[in-house]
Design a protein around this ligand. Sequence first.
Ligand SMILES: Cc1cc2nc3c(=O)[nH]c(=O)nc-3n(C[C@H](O)[C@H](O)[C@H](O)COP(=O)(O)OP(=O)(O)OC[C@H]3O[C@@H](n4cnc5c(N)ncnc54)[C@H](O)[C@@H]3O)c2cc1C
Length: 739
Amino acid sequence: MLSLPPLALLAALLFVATLIPACLAWRAGRRNLREGLRQRVEAKESGSFQPRLEHPWIDISRCIGCASCMRACPEEGVLDILHGQAAVVHGSRCIGHGECAAHCPVGAIALTMADRKSRNDLPALLPSMQAHGVPGLYLAGEVTGYALIRTAVDHGRRCANAAWERKQKVGANAGLDLCIVGAGPGGLACALEAKRLGLDFVVLEQDRIGGTIARYPRSKLLNTHPLELPLGGRLEGRAYHKEELMKVWMDLCTKHQLPIQEGEILQSVHPNADGKFSIQTQNQSIQAQSVCLAIGRRGIPNKLNVVGEELMKVNYSLIDARAFKHGKFLIVGGGDSAVEAALGLAEQPGNQVHISYRRAEFFRLRSRSFLRIQEAIRDGKVKVHWQSNVHRIEQDRVLLKREDPALPLLGIPNDEVFVLIGGLPPLPLLQEAGVSFDPNLQPKQELIEKGSGLVLPLAFAAASAGTLLLWGWWHSEYYQAEPLQQIVDPRHSWLRSASGLGLVAGILASIMILTNLTYLLRRNRRLPLEWGSLNRWMSLHIATGLMAFAFAILHSSFSFSNHLGGHTLLGIMVLVSTGGLGRYFYSFVPRAANGREQALESAQLQLMEDTKAWGEVHRDFGEEARRQMAALIDRTRWKSGVLGSILGLVRAQLDLRKTMQELIQVGRSMKLDAPTLNQVLKVARKAHRDALIASHFESLRTLLASWRFFHRWVGLLVVLLLIAHVVVSLNYADLGASG
Ligand SMILES: Cc1cc2nc3c(=O)[nH]c(=O)nc-3n(C[C@H](O)[C@H](O)[C@H](O)COP(=O)(O)OP(=O)(O)OC[C@H]3O[C@@H](n4cnc5c(N)ncnc54)[C@H](O)[C@@H]3O)c2cc1C
């Protein structure tokens, strides 16, 4: 017979197994939080905190801090876990992949727009991609402000469908059904979908097929998402070299004989009185019922307008860095194109690569470019001249002027210059066509916190508990009877665990546990199991957990006996409780910590603002107060160990009193008037109090965060107990039947 470990020993083992990782997590959590907060302050200072367009919005009433979003994001540093919940750090690095939202198991992330009201370079569009107030004129891809291949493809498809619907409504006319301008990803997807729908269309392209992709440096690696191309099937990969993607496009163009006219520059689009459009290029004029403008945002390359720019060595794009070896190069600019060009050139033998950038740091780079350029700078492969502007270009050198006018001009020996400072977006052309850029026409987006969503599972749990109680009450005579009496009860054969309903309940409980575990498979990003949203899987995880518990109670005949089955039931109970705590209650504490953190930030800001507004003597005192409070808050908050944190909190009041007395003395020695002194002390005290409360919340949050460890370990234990219980039950079925 198998000897069963006593319950107390199991509990002690579990406690130790949980305590050690929880303590380690406490330390690591504190370190990460400190680092994360520091990075956010830096991001705010450099401007990279501010999102450009699409970016994640986190519902902190729901976020459970599991970091799935962070791990799923292909860009580095957009999200971090601060105070136990996800938070945006480098918002400007977000380019709208949307992976964070797709991988959030509790639906706490929505993609939202940066404040579009503050931008007057974004076209006002209807959800069908039609320009506001211009029926039949559609925009696709980057011209709408979204910078992803996947989005451009999606837009293109939607535009073709809208044109098809328009044709159904208005009826066929003389002229084309659709004129597509631009043969980048947006225009090509539109053309393929138009072909699929049987529309009569043409594609006008000023340059050549491929759009921006065709102009990427050779072998550039592109991050993308699995893509559904009209008539092209699904591209499953997440990363492609430029050449691979270009081949896919070119093959599709040939296979479907898309009517693409290269070298045709769109000059104007005019809506006519009859609802059609007149499209004018340098060579021809076309009539079409609908127009799709997929012309990107690069427009005409920006120029430096300096002496020497007309020299042959000045370029505005770099396609193949391999053509440039053993040379001296200057790249002007600090965006993705400039950095990628610099990296491409730096990889070639014998090249000396310099960048001239007007800012003090890179701040809006895709994370991959950011990390690579940092490495290249560290390795001395690229030299950046921060806060510099080109003053003059000469045959064998370039002269840079620095931000500080006192510094002399800097001469950089040079063979080729690449000016990659963006382009003039084609806004006038769009405006002439009737596209509005009125920020007031931009769609409003209301984001509301959804709360933890406790009501539904609570109702579900209450209904299950109610049903179980009713059942137990109905057969209470059997369930409450002594074991020997139960055996002689006629209901024994179908209520006991080993047969009839009792056995079915046990089997169902096991099935529920196994189904429950499939959530872990779905969550694992290394496995290619991407069916269904993670949020739905989480709901299934919760529902099967609750049902497993209910069936296990029924299977156990409502008794917690000290054997394997009883331990399994207890394990399931702890599993359900820790899961519920993490999913539904955990978010309250970090949320409160976040709120308090904001209060602390505003108290510190107020102290800073007050200080700025005062005269010189008062200002010195304000600065001194701020410095002392910052040091005090730092001492109080950032204790790494558990014991250190507790002692730190105990000493906080003593420290505060001492600091206040010192400040009063300094204030008096500066002959400060009483109202000013009191004002500073009041705000300083408030800042300290907020810091303390934030710190308390932080400790509580860290404690609560241990639910995850309990949940995982108990989960593992339940599976092991379940296996043992099933094996033992099968082996000793005869004994069970007789007992
Ligand atoms: C350096 C860099 C790296 C990038 N990396 C990635 C990445 O890894 N993953 C990703 O998803 N996205 C990436 N992007 C963004 C992606 O390339 C764009 O979002 C995508 O190409 C937009 O497609 P589009 O069709 O809207 O515009 P474009 O690709 O810009 O195509 C517009 C086309 O319109 C033509 N055109 C413009 N004006 C006229 C006119 N007047 N008449 C006729 N034709 C005209 C142009 O010649 C061009 O061919 C990157 C962009 C850059 C610059």
